[in-house]
Design a protein around this ligand. Structure first.
Ligand code: G4P
Ligand code: NA
Ligand code: NA
Length: 194
């Protein structure tokens, strides 16, 4: 997605070879028009599929799941994060290991809002190690719903997220795919989707 790549080039802060800060327009302050355009792009990519729910994890996936839900005309659900303690009744939950924070947590959603018969699109801001997205895929499986695909705003292709998900048979689409970066320099992979 050209407009997104340009924005990343203009405003992204590359903190190291692996961490990109996009706080000015994506995941702290949010450019609302851009977020809606991102939703339309997901609508274009996934609109031929019979999606019934969009699923993400709090916090910074929410605005893009909402935008995709608007474009597809379906609700979105955000999984809540909790310290890795006991599982409670009435929820689907899955453990996640955060590599960046070196801690474990659980994500959960109410059983009321997902079940057999649902067809799910997972959306998130970053595809990095894929740990949170794999946890969401586990929740979809547990619910008996069908996972139709994963859409990410920014993929860091040099991390293992895509291969982790594809190894599970999940179709992954990203709107901006970074092949490599270092302070002052960023390279994108030409994107067949956008
Ligand atoms: P993930 O690929 O499954 O998201 O797991 P990982 O442990 O690699 O990433 C941990 C958190 O850091 C995630 O947010 C992820 O979106 C975010 N992240 C990963 N790489 C980058 C990056 O280069 N830049 C930025 N800005 N964020 C990155 P989270 O823990 O789910 O928190 P939240 O921000 O959604 O609340
Ligand atoms: Na996120
Ligand atoms: Na994040």
């Amino acid at each position: 997605m050209k407009v997104l790549e340009e924005r990343i080039r203009e405003e992204g802060l590359i903190l190291s070879d692996t961490v990109l800060k996009v706080d000015s327009f994506l995941n702290h302050q949010v450019d609302t028009q851009l977020a809606l355009q991102i939703g339309e792009e997901f609508g274009r990519i996934f609109g031929h599929l019979p999606v019934t729910k969009v699923l993400t994890v709090e916090a910074s996936g929410i605005q893009f799941a909402m935008a995709a839900g608007i474009a597809l005309g379906v609700p979105f659900i955000y999984a809540k994060k909790k310290k890795a303690v006991t599982q409670s009744e009435g929820v689907y939950s899955a453990p996640v290991h955060s590599f960046t924070r070196q801690e474990d947590y659980r994500i959960s959603i109410s059983r009321k809002y997902l079940g057999p018969g649902d067809k799910v699109l997972i959306v998130d801001d970053f595809l990095a190690t894929g740990a949170a997205l794999a946890g969401l895929a586990d929740i979809v499986n547990e619910s008996g719903a069908e996972l139709l695909g994963v859409g990410c705003v920014i993929e860091k292709s040099f991390q293992e997220g895509r291969s982790l998900l594809e190894a599970r048979g999940i179709a992954v689409h990203a709107l901006a795919r970074i092949s490599s970066m270092s302070p002052g320099e960023i390279h994108f992979i030409g994107n067949p989707d956008t």
